[in-house]
Design a protein around this ligand. Structure first.
Ligand code: PLP
Length: 468
């Protein structure tokens, strides 16, 4: 493709993009297709001959778009959002055009320095300890794995990396029963063994009980285990429960453990001063992750890991082979040494662009708008006959279910699952579910970039209709 054609087609695509953003509500939230349908639309063999832009674009519109879940639809209330925004999309376009690979300071000095500046902005705007340092990773799963690997290396005087586990202590890691499965996965990948993840009970708000944590650690020590790390959740996935960070931090400090805070979704709320209570005592922690790609209007992927001591990361991950050495290494951050990947995208650009375009005040305004809409939705659920809200609603997430006393738990669960399936099959709205205290509940997450009051109303009407 020559530059003339590139310019022409890029303009065409920008028009398509703007139309999509304007009309995204006209698409179904989820596609009405069967597994294999899209696969079968494409030929068995890769094409030998080049296709024109028009041919490719027709296939995109007719073959791909009908199979997409429209994550940016304002009535996508499932999982956690992966919200985008126009400023973030513009920055992504520039990132693609520059095609920079940001593994070292030298390979993209501006990317490295902008990354340092932007994560420092965020650290301060969120009220995190001003001595902490941050690095952008792809996802919270990777960031949590990095934290657990760094904890393992620090506790073993950086010897597991070199010698493997032979002769090592029997490490134990702790999280609440409600922690995200990325902690379980990290245990496996870090070679610590999934069975050495101890799941601590939660209180009736689904938050970790620090006394139970302390008891589990003491019992493990008696049995010859070494407590390595505790992962607390600032916003669990099922219900956005907030573990008591300060209390957990004190327990971790008493036993010399690493304390990692998983704030993947809810961490964005710290931009609102009224939610800073959630991280009281975090100064005792060692690391903290949150995903701007969930609730901060920044395209997936973009996850920020903050650490108290960046040397723990660098000593764990640094691998400077001859061809990577540069004259500046002593004086700069080479972010490849702060995580698993060697090659890195220029993710700081979109984060910076979003912060510039909205301003922190603009982001706060949007977050507060979501919190207000959540109150509205929750009020609907509370007022609806036989519907109960199962979670304390601290942020913009709550869980609810239909209750009919004459039905057994499993019948009620079946009823609620059928209710959700019918609501989702309408194509108007999308909810996901979880199990809390043995009950099937729908989760309502109100964090879409463009969600408005009318969308909450349509969703309430749809829930009600499918209940009748
Ligand atoms: N931690 C929590 C609390 C989450 O809710 C999630 C995903 O929803 C994750 C971690 C994993 O996030 P990612 O997809 O960025 O790995």
């Amino acid at each position: 493709m020559n530059n003339h054609d590139f310019r022409k087609h890029a303009h065409q695509l920008v028009d398509w993009m703007a139309d999509y953003l304007e009309q995204k509500e006209n698409y179904p939230v989820t596609p009405d297709i069967q597994p294999g349908e899209i696969y079968d639309k494409f030929p068995d063999k890769a094409p030998e001959d080049p296709a024109t832009f028009d041919e490719i674009f027709t296939d995109f519109e007719e073959g791909i778009i009908p199979g997409m879940t429209n994550w940016q639809h304002p009535m996508f209330f499932g999982y956690f959002p992966a919200n985008t925004s126009a400023p973030s999309i513009l920055a992504e376009m520039l990132m693609s055009t520059l095609g920079a690979q940001c593994m070292s300071w030298l390979t993209s000095p501006a990317a490295t320095e902008l990354e340092e500046r932007v994560v420092n902005w965020l650290r301060d705007a969120k009220g995190l300890d001003s001595t902490w340092k941050g690095v952008i990773q792809d996802t919270a799963s990777t960031a949590t794995l990095c934290a657990i690997l760094a904890a393992r290396e620090r506790a073993s005087q950086f010897s597991v990396n070199e010698k493997g586990f032979s002769g090592q202590e029997k490490f134990r890691v702790y999280s609440s029963q409600q922690a995200h499965s990325s902690v379980d996965k990290a245990m496996r990948i870090a070679g610590l063994g999934h069975q050495n993840l101890v799941k601590i009970p939660v209180d009736n708000h689904f938050a970790m009980i620090p006394e139970a944590l302390e008891g589990a650690i003491e019992a493990d020590i008696q049995n010859g285990f070494s407590p390595l790390c505790v992962v607390s959740a600032l916003g669990t996935t099922s219900s956005t429960a907030i573990d008591p960070i300060g209390e957990i931090g004190k327990v971790a400090a008493r036993f010399g453990m690493w304390h990692h805070i998983d704030a993947a979704y809810a961490g964005t709320a710290l931009l609102l001063p009224e939610f800073r209570w959630m991280i009281e005592g975090h100064e005792l922690a060692d690391s903290y992750v949150f995903n701007p790609h969930k609730w901060m209007f920044t395209n997936f992927d973009c996850s920020v890991l903050f650490v108290k001591n960046a040397d723990d990361l660098v000593h764990t991950f640094s691998m400077t082979t001859e061809y990577l050495k540069t004259d500046q290494d002593e004086h700069v951050h080479n972010y490849r040494d702060w995580g698993i990947q060697l090659g890195r995208r220029f993710r700081a650009l979109k984060l910076w662009w979003v912060i510039r375009a909205y301003g922190l005040a603009g982001i706060r305004e949007k977050l507060r708008g979501h919190l207000e809409l959540t109150k509205l939705a929750k009020k609907w659920a509370e007022n609806e006959e036989n519907v109960i809200v199962e979670t304390p609603n601290i942020l913009n997430v709550f869980c609810f279910r239909f209750v009919e006393k004459s039905l057994s738990t499993s019948q009620q669960n079946d009823f609620n699952k059928t209710w959700m399936d019918r609501v989702n099959a309408s194509g108007k709205v999308f909810f996901t579910s979880t199990i809390l205290n043995g009950n099937f509940v729908m989760r309502w997450v109100i964090g879409q970039t463009d969600v408005k009051r009318k969308h909450i109303q349509i969703a309430c009407d749809c829930l009600k209709t499918e209940l009748e």
